[in-house]
Design a protein around this ligand. Structure first.
Ligand SMILES: [Ca+2]
Length: 196
């Protein structure tokens, strides 16, 4: 599921059930249900920690404003490229498991490759789940970091919409992700102005 953005159901701006679903802008909600509910895309925790907390917290409506282990576990399984079974079974605790998987990211942040100098390295860097393709959310994440938009929620959403709107141009075979050949191709995402 983590390859696509995920969302939660809301009613009167509060989360109403523990389920996560794939987010698609064209997602169809029957009119009868739409009156009562809406869908909120769960933001990335490093781009918008407050928005993430609000989207994940099932207990906000009770005024608690706290996350329990189950809420955190479920959103991590939905949002991140984690081994869900290993996460459930982690004998040394949730935090230790996450730390093992993601601590390396802190070191990675310090050395983001320059796309103009090495497209392939840039591609590998942002292929977060090592799937061999860049998915929309991976591109959005890369652009947000590159343009330092992490604190600006409206511009993050704007960026997400722009990437979504032009996605078909860069993913001509509609595979859901851009592979490395497509990426470095002359007319691919990195091709224009890439200097090669
Ligand atoms: Ca990927």
């Amino acid at each position: 599921m983590h390859k696509e953005a995920c969302s939660v159901f809301l009613k009167n701006s509060k989360r109403i059930c523990p389920h996560f679903l794939h987010y698609r802008s064209e997602l169809h909600i029957p009119a009868s249900v739409a009156i009562l509910t809406s869908i909120c895309q769960v933001p990335s925790i490093d781009e918008d920690p407050e928005g993430w907390f609000e989207a994940v917290d099932l207990s906000v409506r009770a005024g608690e404003g706290t996350l329990n282990q189950r809420e955190v576990l479920e959103v991590l399984k939905a949002q991140l490229p984690l081994d869900a079974q290993r996460l459930e079974e982690a004998s040394d605790g949730l935090l230790a498991c996450i730390r093992r998987d993601f601590y390396r990211d802190v070191e990675r942040e310090a050395r983001i490759p320059d796309v103009r100098e090495n497209k392939e390295e840039w591609f590998d860097y942002w292929d977060y789940d090592k799937s061999g393709t860049l998915e929309q959310e991976e591109i959005v994440r890369a652009l947000i970091k590159t343009f330092r938009l992490s604190d600006d929620r409206s511009r993050i959403e704007q960026m997400r919409s722009v990437v979504s709107a032009v996605w078909g141009i860069f993913d001509p075979n509609n595979s859901g992700g851009i592979d490395k050949d497509e990426f470095v191709a002359r007319d691919g995402l990195a091709g224009k102005g890439g200097g090669s």
